[in-house]
Design a protein around this ligand. Sequence first.
Ligand code: 7TS
Length: 408
Amino acid sequence: MNVTAIREQFPILHQEINGHPLVYLDSAASSQKPRSVIDAVMRYYELDNANVHRGVHTLGSRATDAYEGAREKVRKFLNAASTQEIIFTRGTTTALNLVASSYARSVCGEGDEIVLTPMEHHSNLIPWQQVAKATGATLKYIPLQPDGTIRLEDVEETINERTKIVSVMYVSNVLGIVNPVKEIAAIAHRHGAKMVVDGAQSTPHMRVDVQDLDCDFYAFSGHKMCAPTGIGALYGKKALLEEMEPIEFGGEMIDHVDLYESTWKELPWKFEGGTPIISGAVGLGAAIDFLEEIGLDNIEAHEHALSAYAYERLSAIDGITIYGPNQNRVGIVTFNIGDVHPHDVATVLDTKGIAVRAGHHCCQPLMRWLNASATARASFYLYNTEEDVNRLADALHQTKEFFGYAIG
Ligand code: 7TS
């Protein structure tokens, strides 16, 4: 993989921040966008912009073709069986909320169980809390090993015939762990439960095949994989999506409307009320083309190598705690240095042009499990280099000196 050539395609990376060349290590929060994606969105607005599925005019059909063409790209990218199984959403959060509000509320009742893990992002936790409150179902958690990993024996013990839904993140946005979602899906199915996968941190970084995983639902966000903000998708098995009621009504999703009764369009449009995020879908399609051209396997291998190097360089820093195991992890390294507050670490790094995230990463239960109120996190993508890791490690050494903290 020619990272120098890849970096050339990301205009934002070529600037100085606080007098230093930018080192962007916050792609788990949101990735940067290549020129081809920016151009595709611009070209769409300059040449093709119109509303979709209604215009008889040429621009209307171009916009519709662009929008539906992007859906086919997503289908192929995830290896879904049909474009009817791809619902465009605002992102992972909206997709998970759609499953919770539509599917889960209709199948869960008193005595039923919803199984999660304590490492879930709030977006894959609170929607299920709300379902539990509304339906009388109970939340259950697969316990974590001391290094944050999941054992299948514990999955077997947590899932039973009362389980209706199992919802697990494929990759942890804090620990960088890849969870065995395919194996968990098989256990869920043996007990008649449905498997939901939060793919926010997996889809940008590794080859995903929803048919191979045999998950029932899969959610992801475009903005973490080189696409614009405001677009993502929900994959759902057709038979399940067909059973489900829409949760947003009006605009694009209707078929026939009477004063007192209405009917919906067929899949996937029945879940896409209102004017959709057309330019976002165009950008997502361009992002998929960009990632496919480089190759997901190459991207994954690059990030594995980079994260192993970062683990090695950072673990040499006195007083550092790195969270999560040093194996089978994607390009995410979460840490604390002595007693220094991670916000202070991130602020000092920013003065050196290095962007990392600090905080609870929308995983407050996991922070409590880690016994940390917050952490700093460096996250890598296809445009990051060993030099970025060196800049981070050197700056952290200086941060340590800057604060002169007592190493705990
Ligand atoms: N699930 C996971 C695993 C995530 O990492 C995120 C965002 C979401 C869901 C929500 O995605 P959204 O696009 O709907 O907002 N994670 C992060 C993060 O780690 N830092 O900022 C956002």
